[in-house]
Ligand binder design. Structure first.
Ligand SMILES: Cc1ncc(COP(=O)(O)O)c(C=O)c1O
Length: 436
């Protein structure tokens, strides 16, 4: 039956193009989608870096079904259900040591904006209310709510919304020409963290609340941090009393080889955001993890009978989302999926780097089970990405494109055979010198 497409306004989409040539999925299992016509499309981006355990996991479906029947909703303002405490405890066991106080929300964007408010509340509680400035990085993506839009270093995401942004200073991104085709972490570039030092000198370190970075910049097309860069950021943040926030919305839950990129790179932030693979994408949910002393300080600073943090959402810690997350974490543990992703990474990156000499490829980047494929630009910025993404769908592969980069990051459950099939489709499409 034909679908009436008039009423749904698609997010981050060229709606005109979509209406002219719709590309839809109707069902999914494992690392495969099927279109309404029944055509198979391999999933090269784990949905949107969400479905690390593959699609259609019955364990999650059953947990969700049971939870809706048992307790479909709890208000969380001065009320709670045991399941959210169970999830928070479980998560704190996976997180880097010290990050063990968890605030729940429903999307990565909500997690980022919650993290901003927690950082500001912490400094106020600490007697430092003048710390209101935020630092982030060029090419960074931190969601689309007002705080995240302000932090955005992908400036296209701020362009149409002048006037709504808060006080953010941007560091430089870490990519340069010499890094082209680097596999893993580039050796040079740790000095770029000194941008934070320069910002502190310019604005006064005592005015800065927090520095937000994605450990691996994901949405821009997988930019891997140079060796020593994150450690240097940590040192400078400590020197000036600035909170270091890792936005692990993409890098969390095994994408880099460890549970979180923080552990993989050996640098512990004060605050961490996560979402996406927390529930394997099945139910919206996100979280902000903070160091114990951050929560303690905020809570102890309020003596009146009022909420200590004047912030929260109707759907914070939704019990059904908690059930989905618990079932997802159990899959990760039972199937040892983080270890599996780590073990698969070499094969995956070998396949990615086999694309090196194709006419449409100008750079390759990769770490763990995420990679960026930079395309030869088309007539206008982003045009080639859109053309390639559509062509790949026709050839049977879903891959996320941002601008002229593809983010190839398959599920951690992918087999070598499936990865090889995905790569063959990329080879065919990116090998077409005439593609324009
Ligand atoms: C690093 C990062 N932060 C935040 C977000 C926003 O998440 P959401 O789309 O769930 O709001 C994303 C989404 O891709 C992301 O990659």
């Amino acid at each position: 039956m034909p679908v009436n497409m008039d009423h749904h306004w698609l997010p981050f989409s060229n709606n005109r193009l979509f209406h002219a040539e719709p590309q839809m999925f109707e069902s999914a299992k494992g690392v495969k989608y099927w279109t309404p016509e029944g055509r198979e499309v391999l999933d090269g981006s784990s949905g949107l870096f969400t479905c690390a355990a593959g699609h259609g996991r019955s364990e999650i479906a059953e947990a969700v079904y049971e939870q809706i029947q048992k307790l479909d909703y709890t208000p969380h303002f001065q009320r709670a259900a045991p399941i959210s405490f169970e999830l928070a405890e479980k998560l704190s066991g996976l997180l880097p040591e010290g990050l063990d106080r968890i605030f729940f929300a429903s999307s990565g964007s909500e997690a980022v904006d919650s993290a901003i408010k927690i950082c500001l509340a912490y400094h106020k509680a600490n007697g430092d209310p003048q710390r209101t400035k935020l630092v982030s990085r060029a090419w960074g993506y931190h969601g689309v709510n007002l705080g995240g839009t302000s932090l955005a270093g992908m400036v296209g995401n701020r362009r149409d919304f002048g006037g709504i942004t808060c006080d953010v200073v941007h560091m430089r991104h870490t990519w340069n020409e010499d890094q082209r085709y680097t596999r893993g972490q580039p050796e040079d570039g740790a000095h770029l963290a000194d941008d934070l030092e320069a910002i502190c000198q310019t604005y006064g370190g005592e005015t800065i609340a927090a520095v937000f970075v994605e450990p691996i910049a994901g949405s821009i097309g997988t930019i891997v941090p140079p060796v020593g860069y994150l450690k240097r950021l940590r040192e400078i943040a400590d020197k000036y009393g600035i909170l270091l926030v890792f936005d692990e919305v993409i890098t969390g839950f095994g994408r880099t080889g460890a549970a979180f990129a923080s552990q993989e790179f050996g640098v512990t932030p004060d605050v961490m955001t996560m979402a996406k693979a927390l529930t394997n994408g099945a139910i919206p949910m996100s979280a902000v993890a903070v160091k114990t002393e951050i929560q303690t300080r905020v809570i102890q600073s309020i003596t009146a009978d009022r909420p200590e943090l004047m912030h929260g959402y109707t759907y914070s810690a939704h019990p059904v989302a908690c059930a989905a997350a618990l079932a997802t974490l159990k899959i990760y543990e039972d199937d040892r999926l983080f270890e599996r992703g780590k073990a698969l990474s070499d094969t995956f990156l070998d396949l990615v780097y086999s694309l090196r000499n194709l006419p449409q490829v100008t750079d390759l980047r990769g770490y763990g089970m995420m990679s960026g494929i930079q395309l030869k630009p088309g007539a206008a910025p982003g045009e080639k990405g859109s053309i390639v993404q559509r062509r790949l769908f026709d050839e049977g592969l879903h891959v996320k494109a941002t601008g002229d980069a593809l983010i190839f990051a398959p599920a951690l459950v992918s087999t070598e055979e499936e990865l090889t099939q995905m790569t063959a489709i990329l080879q065919k499409t990116l090998g077409d010198a005439e593609l324009a």
